[in-house]
Design a protein around this ligand. Sequence first.
Ligand code: ADP
Ligand code: MG
Length: 752
Amino acid sequence: MQQINLRVMGMHCAGCAQRVEDALRGAAGVLDARVDLVSGSAQVTACMEAEDAFESLVAAVRAAGYDAQAIAADGLLGHLAKAGDQSPGLQQHRRAAAVAAILAAFVLLIDHVAPAAWGHGATLHFGGRAWPALTISRAIQLVLFLIIALGRAGAPILLSGLRAAVRRAPDMDLLVSLGVTTAFKIIIYGGVVAGGQLFIPQPAAALLLALVALGRYLESRAKGRASAAMTALARRAPKTALVTRAGQLATIPVEQIVVDDVISAPAHSTIPVDGEVVEGDADVDESLMTGEAVPVRRQPGDRVLGGTGVVEGMLMIRATAVGSRSALGRIVQLVAEAQASKTRMQRLADRVAGVFTPFVIAVAALTFATWLLLGGTAALPSATRAAVAVLVVACPCALGLATPTVVTVACGLAALRGILVREAAMLETMGGVDLVVWDKTGTLTTARPTVSRIVAVEDREEQSLLAKAAAVEQFSRHPLAGAIVAEARRNALEIREATAFVSHPGRGVTATVDGRSVAVGSIDFLASLGSDVSGLQSRMAESAAEDKTVVAIAVDGVGVGAILFCDAVRPSAAAAIRRLRELGIESELLSGDREESVRAVAGKLGLRRWTAGVPPEGKLRRIEQLRRGGRRVAMVGDGVNDAAALVAADVGVAFATGADVAVESAGVNLVGSAPPLVADAVELARVSLRVIRQNLFWAFVYNVLMIPLAATGTLPPAVAAAAMMVSSLTVVLNALRLPRILGWRRASANSG
Ligand code: ADP
Ligand code: MG
């Protein structure tokens, strides 16, 4: 099974995107497909070989009347990085629109000037004949119109309208084409056959095409701005890298880096791919991935992530993950998928747009018939004009853009700030959350606790306890495990091999070290394994363990000691909880840690709702209970022990640096592990929903209000075209207001 990215050409409204999506879903081997109208791309999940897949998918898109190009799996980053550049498509759009606008202006000018200059009876003489001046001016207008219609501006619209008619899938191009051709017939009839006897809406058709072309250009420019955030994200990966191959140092494009290449990353450079340090020593700014503003020291054996920057020093890195498999690549892929996914409101809007088009055609036909019935053949020009105006003004194209533009802007903005939304529908859920449940260790407290003290029972040796614990913990990814291993390394202890390692999420770990069974975890966990913890408990009571987090050690079923940790509350946690409260959202703390330590953290953060000693199932049950009680719950966690709760919550929020299962289980991932991002996500969701609602309201109300004006002939076709363009643009521009409403102009990855 694999993810395939396609660039789709020729889509311009929600209907188009829907048809391409249906076509892709119908292709053999395709499990799922999502089409993003705004960025003009599609993501397909398919089970087949990549090469075959591209061909059959492109064929499917072509059969639906659009065109597609494959974006190689590892090319998404590059594709997006380039997307923001002035694409040739955009320039063509602009030139076509400009030419059409100038020609249309001439058509309009001739229409106004010619009769006044020459009068109705005037003739011009050449070739020994007298020509009615008006007929000649009409002929010139006709030629100009044909240049617009058959040139770059008009041809794509008319062709696509024709295709829509053939496929019986009415869309906005069909409406415009119908409008143009109806007006055009009248031009021919009036301008050539009847010798200009009738009053004819000649400039209308030309102006209509010019305006639609102009609208397309402005729209694609605005859409480009909407996906700018993704481009910025993709650009964090450098374009080239210094690689040692066959003993030679060479600069190569990042796409050509393969796993196991050794890359040099000098000071002030951005690390191009994920890898392992093989040589060197440097301070690396990882704020993009971890939210920690202070650079971290990286040495041989350490892992580094693509997109992070070397501040000081120099590293040689062996590539371990490249392109779409790297951390940055996955982030970009995730955001691209979210942007292509649909909110529930979007689905509704699509359905409305789908039934709207046939309805509009019916209203236009009715308008035409009514005018003729009431006014006879003399009313033919007015009837045409009114019908054309209805077709044009009712185009549900603003309706189609109302939601996707907001989703694109919102997902992109969020990504730049370090909030990765997996599904657009998450925005809706996140906006409605009224309770946030927090995990403690690694979430509200730092992911990097340190060992503060070791307490040994009777005359056991502290260092050997630490060494045994480290031997077991070297296989665990729990923050406390990391602290134990780091402390053992700092004391230059030998970390022995361990076998039969078992992890009990939220409780502890067990393994066999030097033939002895060692258990490391909470005291309750050791007791549940049947260990004798009485000595340990009395030793703990006399040693001032206060509110510290404690991990106990048992060897061969006897509690022999405990490790106490300094685990600071993240400085930004209190602010995060305060901001949530201001947004009307309560916070609750659920931890697997012991009561003393959880109470202390809750006290520091001013949390009244907290529970200690909660095992993973306990977290899950609590979330379910809260939801049954009518609460809408977001769960924030980082560990394997939070995974079930993350899935059960209305929205699961995981720190992207947390355990893989947690990241996979969550609908929202926070790249900078900062608690305030949760409040940011809620705010963003609420503002996005408000803007989507505004957009849908205006797009819909607009259509409904304009149709009667057009049908009664109050609104000439050209004005209708301009109004339609304005309405689409309003919707797009409204979406672009998001960063300003949120005050996120200078969005950065680390806010806390
Ligand atoms: P929280 O719910 O606050 O994030 P966890 O559920 O991760 O805390 O851990 C709860 C308790 O379980 C810890 O305080 C510790 O005593 C024990 N524990 C969990 N995993 C480990 C581990 N890998 N090594 C030692 N102790 C562990
Ligand atoms: Mg945790």
